[in-house]
Design a protein around this ligand. Structure first.
Ligand code: BGC
Length: 821
């Protein structure tokens, strides 16, 4: 009998799939980087370049933590420039930086060694935790550029500011992190004074405060590189050389000053309270805040430059039932560069009982490549009902009668009114029940902007309230799915199905390095394990390993980070592969540009292609669920995981998640896992913090993206988050997991917890199962026993356990790994 099953490749050769996916990753990265400023600097005209800055040679291609990648190799900015033929003429500063980096790394290494010295052998797990969860190496900044570092062989210079962040820690409002350090400011000043053509590059998953540069003369160009994945350097070279034309647009507002963000001073560690995070800004997140309170952003939401120019003409606005479509003719009015443009449609709601954001994104569309002088039609469509707002008094989504303005343009601050839609009567769109009661009074921000007054020349279109279907939701436990294996399972086996498979020495389906799996103990009952892999920059898996005849693994070439410290190092010979022994498994997965960079493409078709490519890789390595897309809202620029998330806007977030989900799930037998559901907008103390948020903001801002993804793309799974919402852990919230997800949105898949978010003073294992959280991850004996005991003590209904188990069973047997479809 086969004891285990392997996937991946037995050959280390670079595959055709790798080459094709690299090409796609390069295209996506180039399409997502945003050109923020360009005073005739780009594309470069010279072939010699003076290159400086921490991210030039050590380009950060993604964030740390589970969203990291282990790709075959990555192209740095320096390498990318060399690849397309640039001559780099000022290496002195970069060579010096190499030494500083090496030194910094050595200090960091010694710091860890010092801390783990005290651990006795039986505390090996704590030692691993210390190593894995320790503060990642802080990226050095480098020193001040000296006169001798400048080159006389060119007028063109680049300075790359680099930042890295990741799980478990928020970024700091300090020089060297969110703020530029003094050395960086000096260097930017020196370079911008000494080189005629100066480009500043921001290589960071989150925003960096650039307001201190406002007075600088000759700051010629700024490019938001974000984190470009393994092809970032090549994509950069494509852009600066003019082989590609920037078409990315910001997905988050870049403020002039940090305090302009409404959550600024109370965010995370800044107010000294890591237990309660009060979302006092309500629905005024991102551009909604800047617009309503008349604050000028440094770079607005939706903004991004091109090497060419575009013009557009509205041909027609049509109403068909509740579907509104705007047909536009868009032209590339430049003479030299082919390019793409993103048109954005914003809507303004009439003031009625509720006050509103001044405008919100309602639709967007991106052109194909347009040649100079070429014009093409473009259609932007949305459903009028998506403009509904949540009225807490009535527990309902409502549309108030009056005039709805439509505005078209190419950023949230560069728009013109194009039409007015008139709704004749107030409508209750969906009748819900109230959820997640607030434990305190929030005193939310309010605005009293007068309703917009529209010119009489604008076309008026009418929506008849009778055309709008009203829904009254029913709140009941969803029925238990039938599965022929369910009836024969003992209580203990049912409980076993509701917890993940942990990290056992051997499993049936083997995907080395996967983050989790379903139970491995039910194989004899005909239920093998299926595997889950992070997310979201690709598939984060061990790239090369050997599997021995007994199913255990040995590392080829290098051992993982956790094994390189203290006395554990001595184990290296035991866990390294011996030549000729075992079956090699190679899984070189693509490191895609980070999620924010992907969203900055505003290109749904392209992101669907990325999803499909990730699906191909999942099939290759036997992964059933991808632990992505991650879709929390960019509430504050200091969130340590913003690079893993799309935007401050729920519609854009939802559309991107729909696109990638459709791509992955276009392959049968595999699925995505939307995460982290919901309000996981802070990393410091993420396992205990309560996100206190009004029901309106919760539903309109933080749940809305998930709503689009669930209802339009039918994801296989959802991951609840670490945090509490209004005092209740999300994994234990029947309001979120049953009432909203299953009753209102008809979600029919599996809900799993985030890793180790239950037990040990965090969420309760038992409440997960009764709330509708089917799978406790990563799993293990404690969770299984807690469920079993609660069933025995009648604290947990067996029907609830059967329901969760049935959802998990259905997912396992839908998997391509199990049924081979
Ligand atoms: C992260 C999740 C991830 C999981 C498994 C957690 O720490 O929050 O996003 O999917 O680990 O690696």
């Amino acid at each position: 009998m086969t004891k285990f099953r392997l996937f991946g490749s037995t050959s280390k050769e670079v595959s055709k799939r790798e080459i094709e996916h690299r090409a796609l990753a390069r295209w996506v990265a180039a399409e997502g980087m945003v050109l923020l400023k360009n005073d005739n600097v780009l594309p470069f005209q010279e072939s010699n370049i003076a290159l400086y800055g921490a991210g030039a040679r050590m380009t950060v291609r993604g964030g740390t933590g589970s969203g990291d990648m282990q790709e075959r190799f990555s192209v740095t900015i320096e390498q990318g420039l060399i690849n397309v033929g640039y001559k780099l003429v000022a290496p002195r500063w970069l060579d010096r930086f190499d030494h500083q980096y090496a030194e910094e790394k050595e200090n960091w290494r010694q710091g860890i060694e010092e801390r783990i010295k005290v651990y006795p052998p039986w505390k090996v797990q704590q030692m691993f935790d210390e190593v894995i969860h320790v503060t990642p190496l802080k990226f050095p900044i480098g020193d001040k550029i000296q006169y001798e570092d400048l080159s006389s062989e060119t007028d063109t210079a680049i300075y790359v500011v680099a930042r890295q962040a990741g799980e478990s820690a928020d970024r700091r409002l300090e020089p060297g992190d969110y703020l530029l350090s003094e050395v960086e400011r000096d260097n930017i000043e020196i370079l911008s004074k000494n080189y005629k053509n100066f480009l500043l590059v921001i290589n960071s998953g989150g925003l960096t405060d650039l307001s201190c540069l406002n007075g600088y003369q000759n700051l010629g160009a700024i490019l938001y590189f974000v984190q470009g994945g393994e092809e970032g350097g090549n994509a950069f070279a494509d852009l600066v050389s003019g082989a590609a034309n920037p078409s990315g647009k910001l997905t988050t507002t870049w403020a002039n000053c940090y305090e302009d963000y409404p959550s600024a001073l109370e965010y995370s560690y800044l107010n000294g309270n890591l237990e309660e995070e009060n979302y006092k800004e309500g629905i005024f997140v991102g551009y909604r805040h800047f617009d309503n309170f008349g604050i000028e952003p440094q770079f607005p939401f939706g903004f991004g430059l091109s090497y060419t120019t575009f013009s557009h003409r509205v041909m027609k606005v049509d109403v068909n039932g509740t579907s509104i479509s705007t047909q536009v003719e868009i032209a590339n009015t430049g003479v030299k560069y082919v390019g793409k443009e993103v048109l954005q449609l914003y809507a303004a709601k009439p003031n009625g009982k509720l006050s509103h954001e001044k405008r919100s994104l309602a639709a967007f569309a991106k052109t194909k490549l347009l040649a100079p002088g070429e014009s093409k039609p473009l259609t932007l469509t949305f459903n009028f009902c998506d403009l509904s707002s949540y009225d807490e008094d009535q527990s309902a989504w409502i549309l108030e009668k009056g005039e709805y303005g439509l505005f078209l343009g190419n950023s949230s601050r560069s728009i013109e009114p194009i039409a007015v839609i008139i709704l004749d009567e107030n409508v209750i769109k969906e009748k819900c029940v109230s959820i997640c009661p607030l434990p305190l009074k929030l005193n939310e921000l309010k605005t009293d902007l007068p309703s917009e007054v529209y010119s009489e020349n604008l076309p008026r279109l009418f929506i008849n309230s009778c055309e709008i279907e009203s829904i009254i939701h029913k709140y009941e436990k969803p029925g238990i799915k039938s599965h022929h294996l369910l009836a024969n399972l003992s209580d203990s086996e049912l409980a076993e199905l509701c917890v993940g498979g942990g990290y056992p020495a051997s499993t049936y389906n083997i995907t080395p390095g996967c983050a989790g799996r379903t139970s491995v103990k039910l194989q004899k009952r005909g239920i093998p394990n299926v595997n889950f892999a992070d997310g979201p920059a690709g598939l984060n898996l061990t790239p090369q390993i050997v599997i021995l005849r007994n199913g255990s693994s040995r590392y080829i070439e290098s051992v993982p980070e956790a094994w390189r410290w203290g006395w554990i190092k001595k184990f290296e010979p035991l866990i390294k592969a011996k030549p000729g022994k075992g079956r090699p498994v190679y899984q070189f997965m693509t490191a895609w540009p980070c999620t924010t960079l992907q969203a900055q493409t505003w290109n749904e078709a392209l992101i669907e292609e990325v999803g499909s490519a990730i699906g191909v890789e999942m099939l290759e390595v036997g992964v059933t669920l991808w632990l992505a897309p991650a879709m929390n809202i960019h509430r504050n620029p200091l969130c340590g995981r913003n690079f893993e998330y799309y935007s401050e806007d729920p519609l854009l977030t939802g559309k991107m998640a729909v696109a990638v989900t459709r791509g992955v799930q276009s392959h049968s037998g595999i699925g995505v896992t939307l995460k982290h559901f919901c309000c996981n907008n802070q990393e410091d103390n993420r396992e205990h913090v309560s996100s206190n948020v009004s029901e309106r903001a919760l539903r309109e801002v933080y749940l809305r993206g998930f709503y689009y993804a669930v209802t339009q793309a039918k994801p296989w799974a959802i991951m609840s988050s670490y945090n509490k919402v209004n005092g209740v852990y999300t994994a234990n919230s029947a309001d979120l997991l049953t009432k909203v997800l299953r009753n209102e949105w008809s979600f029919n898949g599996v809900v799993m917890t985030d890793w180790n978010s239950t037990g040990d003073g965090k969420g309760s294992h038992v409440l997960c199962t009764s709330a509708g959280n089917d799978l406790i991850m990563p799993g293990g004996r404690a969770a299984r026993n807690a469920l079993l005991k609660a069933m025995k003590d009648a604290r947990l209904e067996k029907e609830d356990v059967r329901q969760c188990a049935a959802n998990v069973l259905e997912m396992i047997f839908k998997s391509v790994v199990i049924n081979g479809s």
